[in-house]
Ligand binder design. Structure first.
Ligand code: NDP
Length: 297
């Protein structure tokens, strides 16, 4: 069997086009959705993410407000900025790019963001709302995964799903979303015994581990759907100038998994592009809720 490739890049473009359409509607009602992104320090990967987020925010017609703070910014100053953004009616979504420098308590920062503006969905109120099946701001990466799964399968009801990884930003909310769609969910992690057998039982495998190509094809049940969240940069040979050649791989070994799975997301071009598209969708939703406008479907 050769798996259907779930094209996250194309899907994300569709989501952004839909958001752009809705932004036009919202603007006609007199409101411009605004997303504030706060970056503390000079982590190069974070700087790239923030740049992409800003660019795509503007492309869909929203206002992008970027706050780049030096690495030695105090926790108190960061919290003061967040309080200011919470109170600003032109700001509908606030995101503080993680990781923050060690001297800042990330949990404190996330707790300070007004839940209604928490477009990353990491505030404990949104975590609780999601866990109890109420209207929440849903974390962008798992939301993107769910959208691709629903698009591919229609109903997920009754399917068995294994989520590899139990982080607060991917694994746990992913499991909640799958449970909300009536999957039978197993969350696996570094202490899980007989991991291969656990994965082999799943109709849906979501891998969010951060270990390059950890899941081989012979762990995958024939015909299963594989959603690969992992983004790992590995060295792969050397370039002509003698420097290492690098490429991105997921947490799943793509070729062997694609040979067995029914459908699979590639890395890059799978989950990654969906994450920012969902951030824009969440910002639009937050803006509609704040202004009593009809929410996008
Ligand atoms: P974390 O490091 O926070 O969590 C990793 C999880 O994997 C942990 O729960 C850990 O278990 C588990 N794990 C580690 N090793 C093993 C193992 N050998 N067997 C089984 N489970 C294991 O990572 P994140 O959730 O933040 O990210 C996961 C991956 O997803 C990374 O590659 C990251 O780059 C990527 N990512 C991609 C995004 C995108 O937009 N596409 C967005 C966010 C993340 P334990 O809890 O027991 O330690």
């Amino acid at each position: 069997m050769t798996a259907t490739v779930i094209d996250g890049k194309a899907f994300a473009a569709k989501v952004r086009a839909k958001v752009a359409e809705e932004v036009t509607r919202v603007k006609a009602a007199g409101v411009t959705p605004g997303l504030a992104v706060v970056l503390v320090g000079e982590d190069p990967a974070s700087a790239v993410y923030v740049r992409n987020k800003g660019k795509q925010t503007v492309e869909v017609g929203m206002e992008s407000i970027e706050h780049k703070l030096p690495a030695d910014t105090s926790e108190a100053d960061l919290l003061a900025l967040i309080a200011q953004l919470n109170a600003d009616p032109a700001v509908h979504g606030i995101l503080c790019q993680l990781p923050v420098p060690d001297h800042i308590d990330a949990d404190k920062v996330l707790a300070a963001i007004a839940p209604a503006k928490d477009v990353d969905g990491f505030h404990i109120s949104n975590v609780g709302l999601l866990a109890t099946g109420q209207k929440a701001m849903v974390p962008c990466t798992p939301l993107g995964c769910l959208m691709m799964l629903r698009d591919h399968h229609g109903s997920l009801s009754g399917m068995s799903a294994v989520v590899l990884g139990r982080s607060n930003i991917v694994g746990k909310p992913m499991a909640q979303l799958l449970l909300g769609d009536s999957c039978t969910v197993t969350i696996a992690h570094s202490r899980t015994k007989d991991l291969a057998d656990v994965v082999r039982g799943a109709d849906i495998v979501v891998a969010a581990v951060g270990r390059p190509e950890m899941v081989p094809g012979d762990w995958i049940k024939p015909g299963a759907t594989v959603i690969d969240v992992g983004i790992n940069r590995i060295e792969d040979g050397v370039k002509e100038d003698g420097t290492p050649r690098r490429r991105l791989v997921g947490d799943c070994h793509y070729d062997s998994c694609a040979a067995v799975a029914g459908a699979i997301t590639p890395v890059p071009g799978g989950v990654g592009p969906m994450t920012i598209a969902c951030l824009l969708a969440n910002t639009l939703t937050a803006c509609c809720r704040a202004n009593g406008l009809e929410e996008p479907a």
